[in-house]
Design a protein around this ligand. Structure first.
Ligand code: GAP
Length: 514
């Protein structure tokens, strides 16, 4: 079985070679942490967004949509806390001039310590065989305990330093752990300092600080500042939500792992406005609802888990991540945050405009609390690619392998491909092209006669096409075609008139939404 690092390299290569994702500005040697979605990438991304949008807006009478501007009044970011608190602790290596996030360096060193504990466990498993009780071993073995306790103590100290914004202690931890730069190998570090992650730009007609604008680091604030506009124009009563999909920008210090952490990315966020005091109930509700959304796609349960936040963001009173097991480990895919009345309250104060809801039941006005669900569209894309891209030995034959992208059919970029059995048989070609012309009204599809049938099937497997339709000589006699299903590779004979229904039933999002 391929190692995770090799798997990840293969995934990146697959995305490029099959028209899903390209490095931005590649002909100029690329721009780091920026990516372009190719022809199949954009189709898949649009389908992910559609699934999210439908599940939020179409399926909930009390959730409505919004598309707010990327540029917002600069005071927005003062009120939201991003000007003062949206920072990462940064450290430079003086020799290589390479910049790191101090907390990421420390976590990396802790991972190495914990790996020593795992090594002990692995050795013991080999020694004791089937009778090995890993839990007991981890709880009692002296060496394992020494490593895990040390790791935990360092993380606790780092979290406390982050919370207290104690940059000197972060530097002290880096020095005590003798962390070296991966490029220069030296331990010649600058002081740790806070680095604001917002990109700024300048308005054309206003000079200086006055004209300073930010590219939004989250889509959420566009929702908050429109809270009353939307509530009044849609006559929604609490609880109700506003959903938005859009670009966000962060000047990430450590931007790597392909599309996992980018400087320009897309978020799908929903802010759910609730009565103060009900946040625990709604936190539990959305936590469960969002996990169901992921599981409906066929993502294995073992690849998803919750992770409660120890370090709460400046706006939250509770927060949980849904983590996914990427090829480089379990990492955040989505966040569910109980944001209290922090944002609306802050905007109300700084703008001087009331952002209150009049409750017709209690006859009171108050600033609502907010429950947020926030997922990166690109991370969702990467999660899907990670677990859907599989290498299979066809019929168990190790010499006959195929790469198949087992996406849920509703998300597949291309739903069908029509191929004639022989490309130099005009009747077969004409019939195949007619089928394509007929089906393209309903589904995204392709006609292809540029290779042997086997080669064309593999090409479609690689981009996740659920159905390949082959027109052969029998078609000319009885109006039937063979339909090959991507995952089972089984073929069935189907009447041409029944194709639309057969494909439609499988690729419809209804099943997912239900
Ligand atoms: N409005 C809340 C918010 O922005 P966040 O945890 O900072 O919360 C939400 O971001 C989601 O956005 C993350 O769970 C992740 O999926 C995605 N995300 C954040 N930073 C990202 C980046 N640099 N590149 C790609 N996706 C990112």
């Amino acid at each position: 079985m391929a190692q995770p690092a090799d798997q990840f390299k293969k995934l990146i290569a697959h995305c490029k070679e099959n028209g899903f994702i390209y490095q931005s500005s590649e002909i100029y040697d690329g721009l780091s942490a920026a990516y372009d979605y190719g022809p199949y990438g954009v189709l898949l991304k649009n389908n992910i967004k559609q699934y999210w949008w439908k599940s939020m807006v179409q399926m909930h009478e009390n959730i409505v949509g919004l598309d707010s501007a990327i540029f917002m009044h600069p005071k927005t970011w003062k009120a939201s806390g991003h000007v003062d608190a949206f920072n990462d602790p940064l450290i430079d290596n003086k020799d290589s001039k390479k910049r790191y996030r101090a907390d990421v360096l420390i976590e990396g060193a802790v991972d190495k310590i914990l790996a020593k504990a795992d090594k002990e466990v692995k050795k013991a498993r080999k020694r004791f065989g089937d009778s090995f009780d890993e839990k007991m071993f981890r709880e009692t073995n002296e060496r394992v305990l020494k490593y895990t306790n040390r790791g935990k103590a360092i993380i606790d100290r780092m979290n406390a330093a982050l919370k207290a914004e104690d940059m000197a202690d972060l530097k002290a931890i880096i020095e005590e752990l003798e962390i070296a730069c991966e490029v220069s190998g030296s331990k010649n570090w600058t002081e740790v300092r806070q680095f604001n992650l917002m990109f700024s730009t300048q308005l054309g007609n206003v000079a200086g600080e006055e004209g300073k604008l930010y590219l939004r680091p989250e889509t959420a604030q566009g929702i908050f500042v429109n809270f009353l506009n939307v509530q009044k124009t849609t006559r929604q009563k609490l609880p109700f939500g506003i959903a938005q999909i859009g670009k966000a920008f962060r000047n990430e210090i450590v931007a790597r792992q392909f599309i996992f952490r980018m400087r320009e990315f897309e978020q799908m966020e929903m802010q759910f406005f609730i009565k103060p005091g009900t946040q625990q109930k709604w936190f539990a509700y959305w936590k469960e609802a969002r996990m169901k959304w992921h599981l409906a796609l066929g993502t294995p349960e073992a690849k998803l888990r919750y992770h409660d936040h120890d370090n709460l963001a400046h706006y939250a009173d509770a927060a949980v991540d849904i983590e996914f097991q990427f090829p480089f480990g379990f990492k955040e895919l989505e966040g569910i945050h109980s944001r209290t009345d922090f944002d609306l309250g802050a905007h109300q104060e700084l703008s001087g405009k009331k952002l209150q809801y009049f409750d017709p039941e209690t006859k009171e006005s108050y600033v609502p609390y907010v429950l947020e669900t926030s997922i990166g569209c690109d991370r969702m894309f990467l999660a899907l690619m990670s677990h859907c891209l599989q290498e299979e030995a066809v019929g168990g034959d190790e010499n006959n392998k195929r790469d198949v992208l087992k996406l849920h059919p509703a998300l597949a970029p291309v739903k069908f491909c029509v191929v004639p059995l022989k490309r130099n048989e005009p009747k077969l070609v004409e019939t195949a092209k007619n089928i394509f012309k007929q089906l393209k009204f309903s589904f995204s599809g392709q006609y292809d006669d540029t290779g042997s049938i086997g080669k064309l099937y593999r090409r479609q497997d690689a981009i996740g096409t659920p159905f390949c339709i082959t027109v052969d000589f029998e078609t000319l006699d009885n109006n039937t075609v063979t339909v090959r299903e991507r995952d089972s590779m089984e073929q069935e004979r189907v009447d041409i008139d029944g194709l639309e229904k057969l494909i439609g039933e499988r690729v419809d999002m209804k099943g997912l939404l239900a």
